[in-house]
Write a protein that binds this ligand. Structure first.
Ligand code: GRF
Length: 204
């Protein structure tokens, strides 16, 4: 029986697509977007996955939004949640209902270039402006602190001296599309253990 996973999105859904394409130990069984026009909703629908907009337009009240999301997660038998470019803050009630079962992909090497305001292109612009020679992507557990959960995996890439922020973003996105499904397969296969802020991969 494959482990049922929900993917939360806000935009194009290229990470959602890679999670769908590379599922082995898990099955993407629900897509939730906080943006009504997110292209990722179409990607879910194209694969016959229930893909639902839940945002300020149809659930203006924050608590009601969280309750509706929780009810959908339960009715779809979801065991893990993957945040794939999801821009809203996940409510505490959802985090508490899914302890160490929510992961996020962040397009930098946390703890650098993360926290409030560091999302999407803003991250790569800050990397460019800072002059660092390495950047990359991080998959981490989600807790109540934005980008503050225990780190599970990271992969780095060189920042070329002629790289623009867009080029940097493209290099990092390629890593994301590989790293995120890889980690989600390990997590849903029960291979990742967490102790405080440290995580351990159990070899076969
Ligand atoms: C991208 O900036 C990616 O780096 C980050 O979220 C954004 C969404 O990408 N993880 P997509 O919607 O998965 O294409």
């Amino acid at each position: 029986m494959l482990v049922k996973v929900a993917v939360f999105i806000s935009g194009g859904g290229s990470n959602l697509q890679s999670l769908i394409d590379k599922q082995q130990h898990y099955q993407v069984s629900l897509v939730i977007s906080d943006k009504k026009d997110a292209k990722g909703l179409e990607r879910g629908e194209n694969h016959g996955i229930p893909s639902i907009y839940i945002g300020k337009d149809n659930y203006p009240d924050k608590e009601a939004r969280a309750q509706e999301i929780l009810s959908l997660l339960q009715s779809h038998g979801i065991e893990y949640i993957a945040l794939a470019g999801y821009l809203s803050i996940v409510s505490d009630s959802i985090i508490q209902a899914f302890p160490n079962k929510i992961i996020n992909i962040h397009p930098s090497l946390i703890p650098s270039f993360c926290g409030m305001g560091y999302h999407g292109h803003h991250v790569h612009q800050a990397v460019y402006d800072s002059g660092v020679k390495l950047t990359g992507a991080t998959v981490h557990f989600v807790n109540e602190m934005v980008d503050g959960g225990a780190i599970i995996a990271q992969e780095s890439v060189a920042v070329g001296q002629t790289d623009s922020p867009d080029i940097i973003g493209r290099k990092v996105l390629k890593i994301e599309h590989r790293l995120f499904p890889h980690v989600l397969n390990q997590l849903t296969a029960g291979k990742i253990k967490i102790e405080g802020k440290r995580t351990y991969l159990q070899e076969d």
